[in-house]
Design a binder for this molecule. Structure first.
Ligand SMILES: Cc1cc2nc3c(=O)[nH]c(=O)nc-3n(C[C@H](O)[C@H](O)[C@H](O)COP(=O)(O)OP(=O)(O)OC[C@H]3O[C@@H](n4cnc5c(N)ncnc54)[C@H](O)[C@@H]3O)c2cc1C
Length: 502
């Protein structure tokens, strides 16, 4: 039986950051990852020589002194990553029945200037929007890399609805749709999404917006190299299946292949529900298990990854979000006829800095129930299994429908397509290891904000959680989640000041 200071289960962004800190602080860490490729949603794949990202299309907060910049700098990433700054109008919102293109811009002054140009009567509402977003971010100290826990303003902010806030700002339906236009970034749902989730996510990109050249796996490679350089171990294609509790503490993990790994501490970067399912102990009360099992997850996705013919489709340094005004907070409640109610378009920098794109990712919501007929199948690169011809036909029909919708705004697109590949909720379920291929972990709910909050500490004193269900999703959110978990495990957070001043 192998023995370590810390066993980390899963190599997503939260796990990688946590392992970086702990191994740097002298803990001997072992990280086990069930997939062949490390990184969870940071994984990339190559089709027809084009690199596609599975879950990192753009990053915010990477300008000097901004929050993700400080974290990345401290982790040694800023010297290693090749980044491309996006256009000032980094997100462009397209509305059904409207030919105008609305810009969501980097830099608050540009944001106000560009939107006021489109909505000249709405200057006050737009300025109020910006002030409130920044104010809300200030209530979340860790977002500013401060170690306080946050006061009553934070608690109050957690109870504000994003949709109600925007609806009360303006009666202009188009402006409402534009302000919520990129809400696929956080699976915004009118009935649940708190304003703070909207604020922390959009503020990060409004501070500065970037694309990774050659994909987000550059982040994984650098973080994994640091862990190894610190004398710790990473095991790929090794799935944890049980955490054995003895005398009130997790004693060891049993992997699917039968290996047992003993450690003083255990950190799970997998879905919290799954973590508790693999931990049999009365320390986790039935009521806690039930609460977790009943927590709702964010919706899943259907994704088309297009390989373009060379020199055909122009490359642009911005994303597109298309939606139907009025349905911006309700896009996952589609019926089959009207699907999709919204889509997002992302491009990665071309391999040989060309004015034409190599590929494009189109992303729309898809509920897990749509793929239930194939739920018993499992398919990843490491364990390949064809889900069958009916599944292929289902994906083809969905892709053609989504492409038809995209074609209305981008009429030349079909002529430029060399080939395309698709993914469904099952792809994310199998690669990430959750139950339903959800996009961003558990839903945060303004109506009962504390019920959806998960702490890094569990009732088993040496078992900790990290990752997107904990704090906030996204690369920034999960990086902060890694910091919080490392601080909880070590019982000190002095390293956060070092990160702030890196
Ligand atoms: C389609 C999509 C687009 C996105 N776009 C962006 C974007 O543009 N910008 C951005 O900032 N964020 C984006 N995100 C969100 C971001 O990628 C995620 O929030 C973040 O990467 C999640 O990190 P995590 O720490 O929760 O780990 P995860 O990525 O959830 O990884 C968990 C890891 O644990 C492993 N694992 C699970 N169970 C076990 C087990 N039993 N044993 C061993 N290993 C196990 C999994 O294989 C996986 O590697 C996107 C997400 C998706 C799905």
């Amino acid at each position: 039986m192998k023995k370590f200071d810390v066993l980390i289960i899963g190599s997503g962004m939260g796990g990688l950051v946590c392992a970086n800190i702990l191994s740097r602080e002298g803990y001997r860490v072992c990280m086990v990852e069930k997939n062949k490729q490390l990184g969870g949603c940071l994984q990339i794949f190559v089709r027809n020589k084009v690199i596609f990202d599975s879950g990192v299309h753009y990053l915010g907060g990477l300008d000097k002194g901004q929050n993700l910049y400080q974290i990345f700098k401290w982790l040694g990433l800023m010297d290693k990553l090749e980044l491309e700054r996006m256009d000032v109008g980094f997100d462009r919102v397209l509305l059904e029945g409207d030919d105008k293109i609305y810009e969501i811009s980097q830099g608050y002054e540009s944001f106000i200037k560009n939107l006021t140009r489109d909505f000249p009567e709405e200057g006050n509402a737009i300025r109020k929007y910006c002030n409130t977003i920044r104010e809300i971010c200030d209530y979340f100290p860790m977002y500013r890399l401060q170690t306080e826990t946050g006061g009553k303003e934070k608690l109050e902010a957690m109870g504000i609805s994003a949709r109600i806030f925007i609806d009360q700002l303006t009666q202009n339906k188009k402006l409402r749709a534009v302000l919520a236009g990129n809400n696929m970034l956080y699976a915004g749902a009118g009935e649940q999404t708190p304003l703070y989730v909207h604020a922390l996510i959009v503020n990060s990109y409004m501070e500065s917006a970037w694309r990774c050249v050659n994909g987000g796996s550059g982040i994984t490679n650098c973080l994994a190299a640091n862990i190894r350089a610190n004398g710790s171990l990473i095991l790929r294609k090794r799935e944890a299946s049980q955490l054995i509790v003895e005398d009130g503490l997790v004693n060891h993990a049993i992997l699917k292949d039968g290996t047992r790994i003993t450690a003083k501490y255990f950190v799970s970067n997998t879905n919290p529900v799954k973590t508790f399912r693999m931990t049999e102990t009365s320390l986790i009360r039935p009521v806690t298990r039930k609460r977790l099992e009943n927590m709702r997850n964010t919706v899943s996705s259907f994704i088309i990854n297009i390989v373009f013919k060379p020199g055909c489709f122009p490359y642009v340094k911005h994303n597109y979000y298309w939606l139907r005004p009025g349905s911006e907070w309700n896009m996952e409640a589609y019926d089959q006829e009207e699907w999709p109610l919204g889509y997002a378009i992302y491009m990665a920098p071309p391999a040989r800095s060309s004015e034409y794109a190599d590929g494009m990712t189109i992303f729309a919501y898809m509920r897990y129930e749509e793929v239930l007929p194939w739920a018993s199948s499992f398919n990843t690169v490491a364990y390949q299994h064809h889900r069958g011809p009916e599944y292929d036909e289902f994906k083809r029909m969905k892709a053609e429908k989504l492409l038809g919708k995209v074609q209305e705004k981008f009429p030349g697109i079909r002529n430029c397509i060399k080939t395309y590949y698709t993914s469904t909720p099952l792809s994310y379920r199998d690669y990430i290891g959750n139950d339903d291929g959800n996009l961003y972990g558990t839903i945060k709910d303004y109506r009962d904000p504390l019920a959806a909050l998960l702490a890094p500490k569990t009732k088993v004193p040496n078992l900790f959680l990290t990752g997107q269900s904990l704090n906030l999703h996204g690369i920034l959110g999960t990086a902060i989640s890694g910091l919080i978990t490392a601080a909880a495990l070590m019982g000190r957070n002095d390293f956060i000041e070092k990160i702030r001043n890196a």
